[in-house]
Ligand binder design. Structure first.
Ligand SMILES: Cc1ncc(C[n+]2csc(CCOP(=O)(O)OP(=O)(O)O)c2C)c(N)n1
Length: 589
């Protein structure tokens, strides 16, 4: 993070003078470039809030800590800087847990600052402490998914731990770090200028020449190579380098969910997403490849068709080379011929430079095959893009959205048709504009993450495309957007239920018990548009398909946040790949 001018709360202090930790800490956060903190108050953190309120750092106060965590996550994705989250102890920290875990599983840099009980009450089970079977141990709840969980036991340790937290959150494979602060430590005296050490600038690891030559030669000589891109390519801002490598060696490019946007949608070498919700041409080219170079991915279950060799990857006989920031990801599910731990951007740049000097095998009619494969699959839904049906076809909702949102606008999805449909069918041309929860696939991410996205990029459009299940998980986002003056748009695909799971249950068990919204046996619809109006925001209920386009354009031009509710038929997204859960369900008595 860049260093900024001295903080507005900062004042001169001699080396011997002491000052309260919370104020010094806030100055430090300003100095290392923190511009916004998302969170929710509690008695353990008001000392820090007082300091924040007097600083240049914006505090976005949410109505639920999960919302704050997703917003911090969205901010990190759209800004490239770590998200910062501030929570109260106990219920505040546990409420935020899902959001922080979601960020962790998508490798999003985040620093979580949590208040805790006064340190002198450890062991006495004070108010709101999580202490039933272990004293003073709330930070352990975050251990399985955080890169590091720190509890600050002495005020003197706070500066060192904060520097470590920002360093660790951003380096190697990024992720959240927890700094758990007993409330008395915020109020402790520390010598002036205690917060001196800032996170080091890190020189990123690249490939040695020998490895570059080996990988490029293998790709150039392969008969049916595939370049496979994960979210690591986008988070490393390495899409130009990826395209250069693909074009130099004429490599078809398949990608994961988080890799969507790695190549322009109209690029002739783009195969599309692999796996369960992928495209047939992508699955076929991956399955029949003789060599795959996977970059910035963990070859996760959904994109690998549950690692079943009949559908997406057949490794071996396909040879696999794998570049990733995290050594732990290499070789986990597949026999790997060569693993490379390197910075994805530098690695792809080095490979592309060498590739330009290399002649490769003829790829025959590869571009024609890709084009024909993509067109054949798109023919399944192309005609629905102009459907006037009401309740609307989901594809028509996508087409209106694509027409209304500028190419550099953000589409922030949740889970459900929105995520699966966009990743499969929606053209993304500007890298990083598709933001989605992948690893934890948290329902409730999209409506909240869009707040952080808009905060990070206030001059670009930010639309959260979500289901009615995901939206109603935490509609307090509307009030937060109003308070924070963030004119985001929520486009709610309303099928009166948890449609994706209802579809799965119907397919296997013949009904959708427990998955639809009902009252007295009838579909139960909530007027989310009216809820938005009750918050002082714009709320639009769509009553015919042709109303959606104008409604979206109005919403994007408005200075207020807008909820657009589009009643929609519950139809499944096509699933060209495989998911092992479908082998597990058994109907009986
Ligand atoms: C927090 C959480 N709970 C449950 C799930 C399981 N889940 C996956 S998709 C889905 C349905 C989402 O419903 P909705 O937002 O209305 O979108 P739709 O499927 O109807 O498109 C659920 C419940 C989840 N991913 N996250």
């Amino acid at each position: 993070m860049s260093t900024v001018a001295p903080a507005s709360v900062e004042r001169t202090a001699s080396k011997t003078e002491t000052r309260i930790a919370a104020y010094q800490m806030t100055e430090y956060l300003e100095r290392i470039g923190v511009e916004v903190i998302f969170g929710l108050c509690g008695h353990t953190i008001i000392a820090l809030l007082d300091a924040l309120g007097r600083s240049r750092i914006r505090f976005i106060s949410t109505r639920h800590e999960q919302v704050a965590a997703h917003a911090a996550d969205g901010y990190a994705r759209a800004s490239g800087k770590p998200g910062v989250l501030l929570t109260h102890l106990g219920p505040g920290l546990t409420n935020a847990c899902t959001g922080v875990a979601n960020a962790a599983l998508d490798s999003i840099p985040m620093v979580v600052i949590a208040g805790d009980v006064p340190s002198h009450y450890y062991g006495r089970h004070p108010h709101q402490e999580v202490n039933l079977h272990q004293d003073a141990d709330q930070f352990q709840i975050y251990r399985p998914f955080c890169k590091r969980v720190y509890r600050v036991d002495r005020a003197d340790d706070l500066p060192r731990i904060l520097e470590r937290a920002f360093h660790l959150a951003q380096t190697g494979r990024p992720g959240p770090v927890l700094v758990d602060v007993p409330m008395d430590i915020f109020s402790a005296d520390l010598p002036g200028h205690s917060f001196q050490k800032t996170p080091a600038e890190i020189a990123r690891p690249t490939l040695d020449n020998e490895t570059v030559e080996r990988v490029v030669a293998a790709l150039a000589n392969a008969e049916r190579p595939v370049l496979y891109a994960g979210g690591g390519v986008l988070s490393a801002r390495a899409t130009t380098e990826l395209a250069a490598l693909a074009e130099a060696l004429e490599l078809p490019v398949a990608h994961t969910l988080m890799g969507k946007g790695c190549l322009r949608e109209d690029h002739p070498l783009l195969l599309g997403q692999s796996g369960f919700w992928g495209t047939p041409i992508s699955n076929e080219k991956c399955r029949t490849a003789d060599l795959i170079l996977a970059v910035g991915t963990r070859l996760a279950e959904a994109n690998s068709s549950s690692w079943d060799p009949r559908f997406t990857f057949s490794i071996p006989p396909t040879r696999l080379m794998h570049i990733d920031a995290d050594a732990a990801e290499i070789g986990r599910n597949y026999q790997t011929e060569l693993g490379v731990v390197a910075d994805v951007k530098l690695a792809l740049a080095a490979l592309a430079a060498a590739a330009r000097r290399t002649t490769h095998r003829s790829r025959g009619r590869l571009r024609d095959e890709i084009s024909a494969g993509r067109q054949a699959f798109a023919a399944n839904w192309d005609h629905q893009w102009s459907s006037n049906q009401f309740p609307m076809r989901p594809e028509r909702i996508l087409s209106e959205l694509r027409k209304a949102v500028p190419d550099d606008g953000f589409i922030v999805t949740d889970v459900g048709w929105n995520k699966n449909g966009v990743s499969q069918q929606f053209p993304i041309t500007v890298p990083g504009t598709f933001i989605t929860p992948s690893g934890l696939a948290t329902m409730g991410f999209g409506p909240a993450a869009v707040l952080g996205v808009k905060m990070a990029q206030p001059h670009r459009a930010a639309v959260s495309l979500i289901g009615d299940g995901g939206f109603s998980a935490n509609p307090s986002v509307i009030a937060t957007a109003m308070e924070a003056e963030l004119p985001v748009v929520w486009l709610v695909m309303d099928n009166a239920g948890f449609g994706t799971i209802a579809g799965l249950e119907s397919m296997h068990y013949g009904w959708d018990f427990g998955c639809m919204f009902e009252r007295c046996g009838q579909p139960y619809r909530v007027d989310y548009a009216a809820m938005a109006r009750a918050c002082g925001a714009n709320g639009v209920m769509i009553e015919s398909a042709d109303q959606l386009g104008p409604a979206l354009r109005d919403a994007l031009a408005s200075t207020l946040p807008t909820v657009i509710q589009a009643p929609m038929e519950n139809v499944p997204t096509p699933t060209p790949g495989h998911w092992n859960i479908n082998d597990i369900y058994r109907k009986g008595h």
